[in-house]
Design a protein around this ligand. Structure first.
Ligand code: C2E
Ligand code: CA
Ligand code: CA
Length: 277
């Protein structure tokens, strides 16, 4: 053991990833952060997306894109997904008790979770335990997951909808979408991928793609949510095109629960000051 205590970490990195993730879960190294979702018409917070963080000293291992991919490949995502769903549902219950039921909780569902035989039962258990209605929950699945074996996916989605849960297609535009299936999917919302939002309003092609996605979604009866909104010019363009929701660094990064609460309280104080003036 080195004086700086690094020997353990050196050893642990040689463990199989499944074991490392499992140790991290037992050692309480995962945190759920929350990124606000804002209504573009009212500028109010209407939801939060739960985003998982792994607190490690080495940032190279801590990126969600890396460890979520490893969890997915190793199958440990089932345990991690359960941890996120239960933790976020309980957090939402506390926020509903404190602020009223004004936010919807969005949770990401990976391919393995979506196809897992225990999916519906684990969702029902998490909702029951947190005393949360399904109508306060939204699942985000990527178009590739939704389109893979579309008939089977539609069946699972219908079961989720029967629980009152709403469904969003995440990273829309980056995966493989069959438009003939898209119209059959019981999807409530399209989330436009941040790669299309990044160069708004300067890139003519992105402007055309984004406005076409918004028009298509609306004509299919879906709402639209833009991710990766970093500037007011992007938000203004999206709102003018009729996009309903936005999420991104313009409003806030994914925050620990206490920081999200400060943001909600600050927004409430600002709007009551405006009403009083
Ligand atoms: P995602 O679902 O597309 O989540 C949005 C990602 O964009 C998040 O990255 C968020 O921090 C980042 N982001 C938000 N606003 C902005 C912005 O204005 N600009 C830029 N450049 N980025 C922004 P994060 O948290 O690193 O997560 C990466 C991916 O990891 C997520 O992408 C999701 O696919 C996956 N992930 C995270 N948490 C979970 C989870 O609990 N379960 C599952 N299955 N996947 C998760
Ligand atoms: Ca997402
Ligand atoms: Ca996304």
């Amino acid at each position: 053991m080195r004086a700086d205590g690094k020997a353990h970490r050196g050893v642990s990195y040689r463990l199989p990833i499944h074991q490392r993730l499992s140790n991290a879960l037992s050692n309480d190294e995962f945190r759920i952060y929350y990124q606000p979702v804002v209504s573009l018409s009212t500028n109010k917070i209407v939801g939060v997306e739960a985003l998982l963080r792994w607190e490690q000293r080495d940032p190279a291992y801590a990126s969600p894109d890396t460890f979520i991919g490893q969890a997915e490949a190793s199958g440990f995502i089932i345990n991690l997904g359960d941890y996120v769903l239960r933790g976020a549902a309980e957090q939402m219950r506390r926020w509903h008790d404190r602020f009223g039921p004004r936010f919807k909780l969005a949770v990401n569902l990976s391919a393995r979770q979506f196809a897992h035989h225990n999916l519906i039962k684990s969702i029902e258990d998490a909702l029951r335990f947190a005393r949360l209605a399904g109508t306060h929950l939204e699942f985000e699945i990527t178009e590739t997951v939704a389109m893979h074996d579309a008939e089977e996916s539609i069946g699972i989605m219908r079961q989720l909808k029967q629980l009152g849960i709403s469904l969003a297609l995440d990273d829309f535009g980056t995966g493989y979408s069959s438009l003939s299936y898209l119209k059959k999917l019981p999807i409530d919302k399209l989330k436009i991928d941040k790669s299309f939002v990044r160069d708004i309003p300067s890139d003519e092609n992105d402007l055309a793609i984004v406005s076409a996605i918004i028009a298509m979604a609306h004509s299919l009866g879906m709402t639209v949510h833009a991710e990766g909104v970093e500037t007011q010019a992007q938000a203004d363009f999206l709102r003018d095109c009729g996009c309903e929701y936005a999420q991104g660094f313009l409003y806030a990064r994914a925050l620990p629960p206490a920081d999200f609460e400060l943001m909600v309280e600050a927004a409430a104080a600002e709007s009551s000051a405006l009403e009083a003036s």
